[in-house]
Design a protein around this ligand. Structure first.
Ligand code: CP
Length: 306
């Protein structure tokens, strides 16, 4: 089976059967990660460039590991230290990298829409590794995989995204993916951090965490993006934590255990208390592990489908 698109730019409009194909394929690769020798040959001879124009720990290392696990040749590019500092455009940078016979480009960029632009100017398949405040499709796919692993389903579950929805590409991709697979999705945060019109995506909006906790299966807690000036949207981090911080005391009011997710990096004791982040219902490090398998699946399906 093949994906409908030759790029992975976002989950908006992605057919549910394509999402399921990625999750099913990731299930097979997840098993490879438990083997003593965690390497398989399907991308032998393929070359993949990882172009990162914004900082990353998890996504960059996870893609790199996924590529190496699939036996691809890997080219690393970070804008710092490159000729971007001499004024080279994104198009010229990418076309020069592609001229070295690159088959696929994974790109993180601070500008929303940059991967879409890139897919129109190069021949190689493009994978969006997070663009501005727009989408982060592989993060949402690994979140879906982790939810499915834990609950054996996604349909019918209630997942609430908590916090800085306004700046969050993770929230947008999660909403598209979760709705596509039939989950009930809500968001919770200060009114200043919820984009206007979000209800039109079929999402319930809450402003008080205690109102939503009793009915949720999963809280996907989002980082307050201080580097995007998110600190301007509430009086202080201490007050944010008092109102929206996910703590053991708050979770004790839930009737059943609530699974805790976070895409990372965490602002400990701001959006999430340290004991919850490291607690028994946290699947945060499981998300990181599953991310490698999900990225292997995306790389494999795009490379072999074209
Ligand atoms: N979740 C995520 O995108 O983390 P990084 O910014 O470290 O890649």
């Amino acid at each position: 089976m093949k994906l409908k698109s030759r790029h992975l730019l976002g989950l908006r409009g992605m057919p549910p059967e394509d999402i399921r194909l990625i999750l099913d394929t990731a299930g097979s690769f997840r098993e490879v990660l438990d083997r003593p020798i965690k390497k398989v040959p399907p991308l032998q001879g393929k070359t993949i460039a990882n172009m990162f124009f914004e900082n990353s720990t998890r996504t960059r290392l996870s893609f790199e590991l996924a590529e190496r696990r699939l036996s691809a040749d890997v080219l690393g590019f970070q804008s710092g230290g490159s000729s971007v500092s001499k004024g080279e455009s994104l198009k010229d940078t990418a076309r020069n990298i592609e001229a070295m016979k690159v088959d696929m480009v994974v790109m993180r960029h601070w500008a929303s829409g940059a991967p879409h632009y890139l897919s129109g100017v190069i021949e190689a398949a493009v994978i969006n590794a997070g663009d501005g405040a727009h989408e982060h499709p592989t993060q949402a796919l690994l979140d879906l995989f982790t939810i499915q692993e834990k609950f054996k389903k996604v349909e019918g579950l209630h997942i609430c995204l908590v916090g800085d929805i306004l700046h969050s590409r993770v929230a947008r991709s999660n909403i598209y993916g979760l709705k596509s697979l039939g989950a009930k999705v809500s968001v919770c945060g200060p009114a200043t951090m919820i984009p206007r019109g979000l209800e039109q995506l079929g999402v319930d909006v809450y402003h008080h965490l205690d109102d939503v906790i009793p009915s949720v299966d999963v809280l996907n807690v989002l980082r307050i993006q201080l580097e995007r000036d998110a600190g301007r949207f509430f009086p202080s981090l201490r007050e944010y934590h008092q109102t929206y911080g996910v703590t053991l005391r708050r979770l004790s009011r839930a009737e059943r255990p609530v699974t805790i997710m976070h895409p990372g990096p965490i602002n400990r004791d701001v959006e999430l208390s340290a004991d919850v982040a490291d607690g028994e219902h946290s699947v945060i490090l499981r998300q990181v592990l599953n991310g490698v398998a999900v990225r292997m699946a995306v790389l494999y399906l795009l490379a072999t489908g074209n």
